[in-house]
Write a new protein. Sequence first.
Length: 169
Amino acid sequence: MRLFRLAIPALVLLGAVASAQAAAKWIAFEPAGDGYRIDFPGTPTVKRDTTQSRVGPAPHVEAALSAKGYSYSVDLTTYASASDPKAVLDLFATTIANAGKVRKQTPLKVGPDMARRFDVELADGKVIDTMLVVTDGTRVYIVSCTASRGQESSASVKHFISSFALAQQ
């Protein structure tokens, strides 16, 4: 009977958390000319700059937002010359493995482009970064949602990552 009395408040709390996540206000974000759309739980900050690469300067744009314990971002870098998409994804896989512990790596396709999803432990496993890297060999999109351990499978992470799509051009 005592266990039953403890279970009821726990179920109510879980229901409230699930309802709050389901009720989150997601906003469709499609920056002009960047070739993608995604849902953010608010309006992201957009920063445009240029990064150096092996093939010269590359335009880079980042859309980012932190909200309710999650960090959401989409990075797009456009390179001057195309590379083999598989080689690009392999390079990212190596770089990501050097930054943290890769828990899972899944090859995918997003529209016509090759992609990989990574689940990466950071900060001694206290933080999990769920990433989607998509490339056609020239454009590289990095979609990332960082959350504390235990939240990496939440509705918020799933919604953000799964809402990424290449825009019709």
